[in-house]
Ligand binder design. Structure first.
Ligand code: AMP
Length: 286
């Protein structure tokens, strides 16, 4: 695996391959890699000639400075894992390399960045858009792979490439889960044993909610969910919403067979976890 820490180093390398006309698959990450990230790499390897992972903890997308400070960093272990899984190129720049000057551009994705994570983490998606626009510009990938675990982010990235008019195909990849169902996340490593046990309830509650929504209203399900969560003082619900899976507008009506999705964010102690589940809108009661 080739490792680069500078834009120039990486660009020179990619330029040297240009006459080979390889398709480039990009997997952006913030490191502390787990099988969820590796599934994106596997997808990139399957669909492209050359796989490039980035590890960059992007300060701009952290609205909480403590979250940024405690975000797990393990570059050596990550490098070994990527080598083991056959990644071709690793790009791990320092902050100054990506942002020689403080970024100041601001993006507007309409409704998409105003709700859910956008509403609860002000500036988060602007930071995501700032870093990805730079990465797309440096790498010029053919395809970029994003996990549906960060479902709203995946939709925003699709909107971003339209706005920037860059020719990169955004490939959504399914959520990879722990054996007990908890969605894999770098933040899971920060949970105490008790918090980790409690976090295992998230997928159980989401599956339960999905089933309930065939008979009960969204408000009723939200209320029961809130009650279940309140049984545990370590947990605090940030949001639970049922949305149109394409627009993230509140889901309404049996009007048509539009796909719907339920999304949750929940504090487990100090650690904020997110998850989502697709719903069969035919059966939803609103
Ligand atoms: P992160 O390092 O958390 O910024 O995530 C980098 C990429 O990996 C994003 O596209 C995430 O959606 C994706 N990802 C993180 N966790 C998972 C998971 N459990 N399953 C699938 N993709 C994931």
């Amino acid at each position: 695996m080739q490792i680069f820490t500078t834009r120039k180093g990486l660009r020179d390398y990619l330029n040297s391959l240009e006459n080979k006309h390889l398709s480039l698959g990009f997997v952006p990450t913030m490191g502390a890699l787990h099988p969820g990230h590796i599934s994106l790499l596997e997808s990139a390897k399957k669909h492209c000639d050359l796989s490039i992972c980035s590890i960059f903890v992007n300060p701009g997308q952290f609205n909480d400075p403590d979250d940024l400070k405690r975000y797990p960093r393990m570059p050596e272990k990550d490098g070994e894992l990527l080598t083991k899984h056959g990644c071709d190129v690793l790009f791990m720049p320092e902050v100054e390399e990506i942002y020689p000057e403080k970024p100041n551009e601001s993006y507007d994705f309409g409704h998409l960045d105003k709700v859910l994570e956008g509403a609860h983490r002000p500036g988060h998606f602007n930071g995501v858009a700032q870093v990805l626009s730079r990465f797309f510009n440096i790498l010029r990938p053919d395809r970029a792979f994003f996990g549906e675990k960060d479902y709203q982010q995946m939709l925003i990235v699709k909107a971003l490439v339209k706005q920037l008019d860059v020719k990169v195909e955004i490939v959504p990849c399914p959520i990879v889960r722990e054996p007990d169902g908890l969605a894999m996340s770098s933040r899971n490593a920060l949970l105490s044993q008790k918090e980790r046990e409690l976090a295992a309830n998230i997928p159980i509650w989401m599956n339960w909610a999905a089933k309930q929504l065939t008979g009960a209203t969204i408000e009723e399900v939200k209320h029961s969910l809130q009650e279940a969560i309140q049984q545990h003082p370590e947990l605090r619900l940030d949001y639970f919403e049922v949305c149109d899976a394409e627009t993230l507008k509140p889901f309404s009506g049996h009007l048509n067979a539009k796909p719907a999705i339920a999304l949750i964010a929940l504090f487990c102690g100090k650690i904020r976890l997110i998850d989502n589940i697709r719903l069969n809108s035919y059966n939803l009661k609103v």
